[in-house]
Write a protein that binds this ligand. Structure first.
Ligand code: ATP
Ligand code: MG
Length: 335
């Protein structure tokens, strides 16, 4: 659906060139929600803005549905852009237009008939569950409602792809969930392919099929949501996972309060039902104390859980227990 190869975007600041996107390659399959996660300044917005050429790439290729969009003239580019909807953190609604008129806008531009516009707008109002608000103005809506209007407007021209740049960053958890739920339905009911930029792992774990982690203009890690959670390959990815609210709280442990060694045992979906603690305590000369733990529910329907434990005993026994856990598909890190 989307194939990006060796994409570079340079900005010139003074007489120095700076690569905001630095040789990035990835693909997105049809019907997939592809997440791009990274810290502020990593180059995420610049990257998605290149996908519809709101930003002109410096070099590299972007093929969308078989069309290399980097080579298109202005007229063909406008046509292609109809296939690519976009939503933003700041909603970008027209404040002088009511909800109905906001959603109708792209269809008015395309000079669609009044009845065609009416039927599409009503369909979309129902889809985003805002039929009751169709005469309201943006200033009368909550953040989540505004973003749902923006999604409906983005879907009005039946695009195949939706680019979402931090669309939930300004929302509280309840509104975030409503927006994510609408995006999930868009994938299901309108066969959308979604590229989801976020700095919140919480959002990525709830909706993405695959995730790319971006740092300093480069993609440093890509994988399914399960792979990334169960086996993060880079320190940056681990930091994102550990910044999840539950995990961040768990890491406030004061190591000096413990005599034994502290470990984090990560258990992917298929290992969740193993009697981990029982096995260690029974088979090794060790005492196990549970400090904290949690299970992350992933968009795939699978889970990625972890337990933070204190193991007390001889180092050699601890080592044997760790090898045993590794052999059973668990990943163990010393804290
Ligand atoms: N038009 C521009 N001219 C010069 N530099 C730019 C321009 N747009 C972005 N940059 C720089 O490119 C880098 C990447 O910016 P970008 O907005 O893509 O980051 P981001 O990952 O989206 O960050 P955030 O999470 O804060 O939105 C930053 O260092 C930024 O200052
Ligand atoms: Mg950004």
């Amino acid at each position: 659906m989307i194939k990006v190869e060796h994409l570079v975007k340079e900005f010139n600041s003074g007489n120095k060139a700076f690569k905001a996107v630095d040789d990035v390659s990835f693909h997105v399959n049809p019907g997939e929600v592809f997440g791009i996660i990274g810290l502020s300044g990593a180059g995420k917005s610049t990257l998605v803005r290149c996908l519809n050429r709101l930003e002109e790439p410096t070099s590299g290729s972007i093929v969308i549905d078989g069309v290399d969009i980097t080579g298109l003239d202005d007229k063909r580019l406008l046509e292609e852009r109809r296939d690519i909807g976009m939503i933003f953190q700041s909603f970008n609604l027209f404040n002088q237009r009511n909800v109905y008129k906001n959603i109708a806008y792209p269809l008015e531009i395309l000079k669609k008939s009044k009845s065609e516009i009416d039927s599409k707008v009503n369909e979309l109002l129902k889809f985003v569950d805002l039929e009751a608000k169709k005469d309201s103005y943006p200033s009368e809506l909550s953040g989540g409602q505004k973003q749902r209007v923006a999604i409906a407007r983005a879907l009005a021209t039946n695009p195949k792809i939706l680019l979402s740049d931090e669309s939930t960053s300004a929302l509280d958890p309840a509104n975030t969930e409503q927006v994510l739920s609408v995006l999930r339905s868009a994938v299901r009911e309108y066969n959308m392919t979604v590229v989801m930029i976020t700095h919140q792992m919480e959002v990525a774990k709830n909706i993405c099929d695959r995730i790319a982690v971006m740092e300093n203009g480069k993609i440093i890690e890509t994988g399914t949501v399960d792979e990334v959670f169960n086996n993060p390959k880079t320190e940056r990815t681990r930091t994102f996972i550990q910044a999840l609210p539950d995990e961040a709280r768990d890491l406030t442990i004061n190591r000096a309060d413990f005599n034994g060694k502290l470990f984090r045992i990560n258990f992917p979906n298929e290992t969740t039902r193993q009697p981990i603690i029982n096995n260690i305590a029974k088979n090794y000369d060790l005492t196990v104390s549970i400090l904290s733990g949690n299970i992350n529910y992933l968009a795939s329907g699978n889970t990625a859980g972890y337990l933070n434990v204190e193991l007390s005993g001889e180092d050699s026994e601890i080592e044997k227990a760790i090898i045993d856990m590794h052999n059973n598909g668990l990943r163990v890190e010393e804290l």
